[in-house]
Design a protein around this ligand. Structure first.
Ligand code: AMP
Length: 189
């Protein structure tokens, strides 16, 4: 008998939990992030998606450029790490990512922050993402979804990383619903 409790055609009991950091500052970025989510939802080996709040963030490094929208997405997957990297890179290409300059403006960037409890040191894939702890625009949305993440070597306490964060780049990282409220309040003054 097929019960109503079967939600996915595949068995996700051996799936691994993934955290992706996504962001961009060119084009209709909220629509672009929504398209990333749609592509992930449509993959048969991806399930149980969770999405952080969307954040308005100031650019870090690179040339003068506009603000970004950033978010973090979590899900379970049956994909292997390089299969997931190829899939996220294919989404980036489909959504118009062009490799121009380091820290330069971009339509979309998708980083694999964590892959289960694995530590990956491949030429084209390092996980945990090597710079995730240095980026407020990653830590804040990540904290919306989880407080503690473990690899087989160590545990990261996300709220402690946020408390200890030294904001040398004066990064602005504001949930966009709060930006909208501030904008409305400014209009009322
Ligand atoms: P960027 O366009 O700056 O995001 O860099 C993309 C490059 O970083 C690609 O060549 C990837 O193979 C490489 N890369 C290494 N580790 C990661 C990771 N954890 N997530 C995404 N891309 C990665």
């Amino acid at each position: 008998m097929i019960g109503p409790y079967i939600l996915y055609p595949m068995n996700f009991s051996n799936a691994e939990k993934i955290y992706l950091g996504i962001g961009g500052n060119q084009g209709a970025i909220i629509n672009t992030i929504d398209s990333v989510i749609e592509s992930l939802l449509n993959h048969s080996k991806i399930a149980h998606l969770q999405i952080s709040r969307y954040y308005l963030t100031s650019p870090v490094g690179g040339p003068p450029q506009g603000h970004y929208i950033n978010a973090v997405i979590a899900f379970d997957t049956l994909l292997e790490p390089l299969e997931l990297l190829h899939f996220t890179q294919s989404i980036e290409q489909k959504l118009g990512k062009q490799k121009k300059m380091i820290n330069g403006p971009r339509t979309i960037d998708i980083d694999i922050l964590f892959f289960g409890n694995r530590i990956i040191e491949e030429k084209n894939l390092q996980v945990p993402h090597p710079r995730f702890q240095n980026r407020l625009f990653v830590l804040k949305p990540l904290h919306d979804l989880i407080n503690q993440i473990s690899t087989y070597k160590c545990t990261f306490e996300i709220d402690q990383l946020l408390k200890d964060f030294i904001n040398t780049n004066s990064e602005l990282v504001l949930p966009i619903d709060e930006c909208f409220c501030m904008y409305k309040m400014a209009l009322m003054c």
